[in-house]
Ligand binder design. Structure first.
Ligand code: GDP
Ligand code: CA
Length: 323
C-alpha cells in the first residue's frame, strides 16, 4: 500500500506517528510537507514544519511543546540577544540551530531543498519519505491591521510574535503561483493507493501545499480515495489558532465547514470527532462520505489514539473504494 500524506507541523507529525503504527510492514508513506512557514533567521533557512515531522518521527522532538528539539539549551539565542540581534520571539535552540546550519550550507552549495531534506533525514530515519511541497521559495504572509495600517506580515510573525491576537484579513502564500512541485511529489500522488489529509491546519498547512500549481489537480485526478481528518473538534481547533486563519478565508470554524471548504471535488471521505457526530448527514449531503470517531490525539508520545484514527481513515478509504 502506497500512502501519501499532506502534512503541516504538529497535527501532521503526531498523526503520522500513529499512521506508521497502523499500516502493514510493506506499506510506504510519502509525506508532502508544507514549506510556506519557512523563514530566514540570522542568515539561516528554517523549515519549521519539515523539522517538526522529521524530529517527531525520528525521536528528537520536544514532546510537551510539540516542536523543537528535546533536551534543548538556548546559549546561542542568549548570546545573539546580548548583541541585540533578534528576533527574540522565535525560539531557536542550540541543537535546532545545527539543523538550520547544515540546511543553509547545503542550499548555498546548490542542493535543492528536497535533496537537503533527504540528507537531514539520513540522520533522523523518520520511516517515511519526506518531500517538501516545492524546492521553490514560498512564504505565507498574513494581512493584518497594526497601528491603524494594513500590513502584510510573515506567517511566523503573525503566529508566534502576535499569537494571532489580531484578525487576519487575508492569507497569501507568496510565491506559490510560480512554484513547481518538488521532484517526486506528483509521481508519489500519481502512484498512491490512498491520499490522506491529517488534522493539519486547512489554510496555512494543507491549503498552502494545495496552492502549489499541479498538486491539487494531481490529487483530484489521482482516482484513489482522498480522506481527511478534522483538525476542528467541537467548533474549535484542538491546538493553536486555526480559527483565525479560517476566518480570513471565510470559513467558519467547524468540522463541516472545513470539509465543505476542501469540497467533494477533492475529498472522498472525512472523519469528524464523535462530539461532532450530528454533522455527518450534512457532510454526506455535500457528497463526502463521513464517519464520526474519536479524533483527539490524547497520547501523542505513544501515538495509540493517532493509530486508531489512522485505521479509521484507511477503513473509510476502503469503503470509498468498494462503494
Ligand atoms: P502546525 O504546522 O504545527 O500548526 O501543525 P499542523 O498544521 O500540522 O496542525 C495544526 C492543527 O492540528 C491545529 O489546527 C489543531 O487543531 C490540530 N490538532 C492538534 N492536535 C490535534 C488532535 O489531537 N486532534 C485533532 N483532531 N486535531 C489536532
Ligand atoms: Ca506550520
Amino acid at each position: 500500500m502506497r500512502i501519501v500524506v499532506l502534512a503541516g507541523g504538529i497535527g501532521g507529525a503526531r498523526f503520522l506517528r500513529g499512521l506508521k503504527q497502523a499500516v502493514p510492514d510493506d506499506a510506504t508513506i510519502t509525506v508532502i510537507g508544507n514549506t510556506g512557514d519557512d523563514i530566514h533567521l540570522f542568515g539561516l533557512k528554517v523549515c519549521p514544519d519539515l523539522d517538526t515531522v522529521m524530529y517527531t518521527l525520528g525521536g528528537g522532538i520536544n514532546e510537551e511543546q510539540g516542536w523543537g528539539r528535546t533536551d534543548e539549551s538556548f546559549a546561542v539565542k542568549e548570546e545573539l540577544a546580548a548583541y541585540g540581534v533578534g528576533p527574540e520571539w522565535f525560539g531557536l535552540g542550540d541543537r535546532d540551530f545545527a539543523t538550520h546550519i547544515v540546511r543553509t550550507q547545503m542550499l548555498a552549495a546548490g542542493y535543492p531543498l528536497s535533496a537537503v531534506t533527504q540528507a537531514l533525514c539520513k540522520r533522523w530515519q523518520p520511516g517515511v519519505r519526506l518531500i517538501p511541497m516545492s524546492d521553490d521559495r514560498v512564504e505565507t504572509h498574513v494581512a493584518v491591521d497594526l497601528d491603524g495600517e494594513r500590513r502584510a506580515v510573515h506567517f511566523q510573525e503573525y503566529w508566534v510574535k502576535l499569537r494571532a491576537s489580531v484578525d487576519a484579513h487575508a492569507v497569501v502564500p507568496v510565491g506559490a503561483e510560480q512554484a513547481k512541485p518538488a521532484p517526486g511529489v506528483l509521481e508519489a500522488i500519481a502512484e498512491a493507493d490512498v491520499i490522506l489529509f491529517p488534522p493539519s491546519n486547512p489554510v496555512v498547512s494543507v491549503g498552502t501545499i494545495l496552492a502549489v500549481p499541479g498538486i491539487r489537480e494531481a490529487i483530484a485526478e489521482a482516482g484513489v480515495p482522498v480522506i481527511g481528518l478534522s483538525p476542528i473538534v467541537g467548533d474549535a481547533p484542538v491546538r493553536g489558532m486555526a480559527d483565525k486563519v479560517l476566518a480570513a478565508v471565510g470559513v467558519e470554524s467547524s468540522a463541516a465547514a472545513v470539509a465543505e471548504h476542501y469540497g467533494s471535488g477533492l475529498l472522498d471521505g472525512w472523519l469528524v470527532d464523535t462530539v461532532d457526530a450530528d454533522v455527518v448527514p450534512r457532510i454526506e449531503e455535500a457528497g463526502i462520505k463521513c464517519r464520526a470517531v474519536p479524533l483527539m490525539m490524547t497520547d501523542p508520545e505513544e501515538g495509540t489514539a493517532a493509530a486508531e484514527m489512522a485505521r479509521a481513515a484507511l477503513a473509510l478509504a476502503e469503503e470509498v473504494r468498494t462503494a
